[in-house]
Design a protein around this ligand. Structure first.
Ligand code: FAD
Length: 274
């Protein structure tokens, strides 16, 4: 079956979610192509496992509507019937656009899928993994959003150089600042679902409704909005310090100490003075 994987690039590499989907697609012997998303067109990159790869580079901005239009063209031109993306914010948005273009409903929370006689069926997880349900897809194109860690990742080799996608404030430098702070304070590092979905941290470090509940003596929220689903996992911390550039961020409602500022300038100062 002709398959397109919507891939994400993190740190000059395909994200773990993309590699997991590639692993599953290859195990089913699907005819795979990969597109990664950004604004400037680059020449195709070679990925040894794929028939065709496309690379679009971005300069710190994503125009998802334009990207979706481009992906729709690829799907139509290449007569692709199975479209796979990881359950990240970007892929969820892109697949929503594609579902309108292709007049096909997306299927989310997929933890397994199979292709038999040209038909796609899926196994889906709901209620935080407590219940499973199955779907059989009848539309011309199947649009699947795959949960991270559903499959084993595959190793790939690139035949050419390619560019990275920068994800705004969340870059390696920022995580290194937090690692330095954590080591000075002898603290553990956790993350929001946004960070886990982006592949910057394993799911085992996610704090919140669908992650872990933590109750440390001090919880430092660095650039965290404080969504209800995140608060559920940390609200019983003894002392909450929040650093956020948006003074209206909900995290400040439960913070004992709030710092309105840029994490990239506040955290280095903390590191220098602890
Ligand atoms: C069913 C369900 C379950 C969920 N489970 C979880 C869960 O278990 N855990 C979880 O965390 N989320 C969960 N979510 C997602 C949750 O709703 C939020 O989307 C998520 O917590 C947002 O993460 P975030 O604060 O990192 O990102 P964003 O919402 O993108 O917020 C980023 C914040 O960083 C601030 N910021 C940006 N740049 C800077 C800077 N340079 N300096 C300072 N501040 C900056 C912004 O002002 C903003 O407040 C769940 C959602 C659903 C629907």
């Amino acid at each position: 079956m002709k398959t397109l994987i919507i891939g994400e690039i993190i740190n000059n590499n395909l994200s773990s979610g993309t590699l997991e989907i590639l692993g599953k697609a290859k195990s089913l012997d699907l005819d795979v192509q990969v597109v990664t998303v950004g604004s400037d067109e680059n020449p195709s990159i070679g990925l040894d496992l794929c028939k065709q790869t496309y690379l679009k580079r971005q300069n710190n901005s994503l125009n998802l509507s334009k990207a979706a239009t481009k992906i729709s063209e690829i799907i139509k031109n290449e007569e692709i019937t199975l479209i796979l993306g990881s359950s990240t914010y970007m892929c969820r948005d892109l697949i929503s656009f594609l579902s309108v273009d292709l007049n096909s409903s997306p299927v989310s929370n997929v933890i397994d899928f199979d292709v038999a006689s040209g038909n796609v069926s899926t196994v889906n997880s709901i209620n935080g993994g407590e219940s499973l349900y199955k779907t059989k897809i009848n539309s011309d194109q199947a649009l699947l959003l795959i949960r991270p860690k559903a499959f084993d990742p595959v190793e790939v080799n690139f035949n050419d150089d390619f560019e990275t996608i920068d994800r705004g404030m969340v870059d390696k430098e920022n995580l290194e600042l937090i690692e330095t702070l954590a080591s000075k304070l002898n603290a553990a590092i956790g993350g929001t679902r946004a960070i886990v979905d982006a592949g910057w941290m394993p799911y085992s470090q996610q704090v919140g409704q669908t992650g872990k509940t933590v109750k440390p003596d001090v919880y430092i929220a660095c650039g965290i909005s404080g969504a209800t689903q995140h608060q559920v996992g940390m609200k019983d911390s003894k002392f909450v310090i929040a650093i956020n550039k948006d003074e209206e961020a909900p995290i400040f409602q439960l913070a004992d100490l709030g710092i309105v500022g840029d994490t990239l300038s506040v955290i280095p100062k903390l590191n220098d003075n602890i």
